[in-house]
Design a protein around this ligand. Structure first.
Ligand SMILES: Cc1cc2nc3c(=O)[nH]c(=O)nc-3n(C[C@H](O)[C@H](O)[C@H](O)COP(=O)(O)O)c2cc1C
Length: 209
């Protein structure tokens, strides 16, 4: 699809066709495409829990304001943001450093500098850890939505859920924040898509202080 079409045609659709599954290959392609999202120091502090079976989606739906799309969408993703994804010893952090060395972008003697930079930026406070995790996972989530549209899929991001309830029900460790749930599937063509929503204009967005 043309990029502008992807941007303008992506919608948070409320109604999914429960009879139209998303193939495993397409879901994989979606996730791998979105994995190209940028992240701080390329730390990629995101993970996904993929729910497809009716029982898991029903369990999640009860914790997500009973939003019908959680049950109807063939796939619902629990997007996870890793607040520890900058720390020494974390598998991704260690791999990332080794990849930088392999690529010739760092040398082994820069390890202390690298870990210090990550710690200084992202570990300086709880707020910084939270921001680190959520902004990067947000870029990933947006990439999932755009990649989905490009692959002919529709999505719906959701904040309306009981975070601690979902954490408990799906055994999500404390280092993860849950920035959103993302329903993925095909729009139910028997339903009407609400008209495109208003957006802030260029003049509304650009400010100076
Ligand atoms: C982080 C986030 C959380 C959202 N949570 C919900 C939600 O819980 N329930 C819902 O119906 N819509 C939710 N939305 C959808 C927004 O209402 C929707 O994206 C917005 O109105 C713009 O519509 P559009 O995406 O179709 O352009 C959420 C969107 C985002 C980005």
């Amino acid at each position: 699809m043309d990029f502008k079409d992807v941007m303008y045609q992506r919608r948070a659709v409320n109604f999914f066709d429960p009879e139209q599954p998303v193939s495993e290959a397409l879901l994989r392609e979606l996730i791998e495409t979105a994995s190209n999202a940028p992240s701080s120091f390329n730390l990629q502090p995101w993970n996904l829990i993929v729910l497809k079976d009716a029982e898991s989606k029903e369990r999640l739906k009860k914790l997500a304001w009973n939003q019908p799309k959680v049950g109807e969408a063939p796939v619902v993703l629990i997007v996870l943001a890793d607040r520890n994804g900058w720390k020494e010893g974390h598998a991704v952090v260690e791999r990332n450093f080794q990849e930088l060395v392999r690529a010739g972008a760092m040398t082994e003697d820069k390890r202390e500098w690298f870990l210090g930079a990550c710690g200084g930026l992202y570990g300086a406070s709880e707020e910084r850890q939270q921001a680190f995790a959520c902004k990067n996972a947000g870029f990933f989530a947006m990439s999932l939505m755009l990649a989905a549209k490009n692959l002919g899929l529709d999505t719906h991001p959701m904040d309306g859920f009981d975070l601690e309830g979902v954490r408990n029900a799906f055994h999500i460790p404390d280092n993860f924040w849950i920035p959103l749930l993302l329903a993925v599937g095909y729009f139910n063509k028997d339903k009407e898509l609400v008209l495109p929503k208003w957006r802030k204009s260029h003049a509304d967005i650009v400010v100076s202080f």
